[in-house]
Design a protein around this ligand. Structure first.
Ligand code: SF4
Length: 199
């Protein structure tokens, strides 16, 4: 099986529940969600990125110590991720995914970070199966969107995060702090890798 891959690299997970964990990142190309503030727009067109064999990705990942692989995008679930997660598990990796939930889940995942977007409706299944709900806050209307999403959750163990959109962080961060203080069911997620310039 081959996947269009924008980049793959060893780093620290910078955001969400696994912040600070070393992990191998695999950024699959292709996305039609079209968030206007997207910081990886070069991932949208899968045709401009090379197709890489699953085995080659795993061999690269195994050169490093950590046994967490984070599959992100783009929107990784535009592809059938079953062969990829099967291969990762065979080599002892925990499989993590970051998805908008706009496409059906494929593959077997140890951690699902669900980050729904206003621009393409997510599928209902993610409100039940995700481990982590991460709402990107770009402006004040995103707090209402966050609550709409939370109301749909059918998994009491799901961790709830509000994360400032990087370009809007100076404007929205004070609002997020006030919101979390008033609504402590939410936690703040920061893109620590960007603050610390961790590639
Ligand atoms: Fe960018 Fe992710 Fe939105 Fe796709 S879902 S447009 S990759 S932020």
């Amino acid at each position: 099986m081959q996947y269009p891959v924008m980049e793959h690299f060893y780093t620290l997970q910078g955001e969400g529940a696994y912040t600070g964990h070393a992990a191998y990142f695999i950024r699959l190309a292709g996305c039609d969600v079209a968030c206007h503030w997207c910081d990886v727009k070069q991932s949208w067109d899968k045709n401009i990125h090379p197709n890489i064999n699953t085995n080659d990705l795993i061999i690269e990942a195994m050169r490093h110590e950590a046994r967490i692989a984070v599959v992100t995008g783009g929107e990784p679930l535009m592809h059938d991720c079953a062969p990829l997660t099967h291969a990762l598990h065979e080599k002892g990796f925990k499989s993590h995914i970051e998805t908008s939930g706009a496409y059906p889940l494929s593959g077997s995942w140890d951690w699902v970070c669900f980050s729904p977007k206003k621009f393409k409706a997510p599928l209902f299944e993610f409100y039940q199966l995700a481990n982590e709900l991460k709402i990107i806050v770009y402006n004040t209307s995103d707090f209402a969107f966050a609550e709409e999403q939370r109301q749909k959750i059918n998994n009491k163990d799901m961790v709830l995060y509000l994360q400032p959109e990087w370009g809007a962080r100076h404007k929205v961060m004070p609002m997020i702090v006030d919101y979390v203080k008033a609504n402590p069911i939410w936690k703040v997620s920061l893109q620590t890798h960007k603050y610390l310039d961790i590639p």
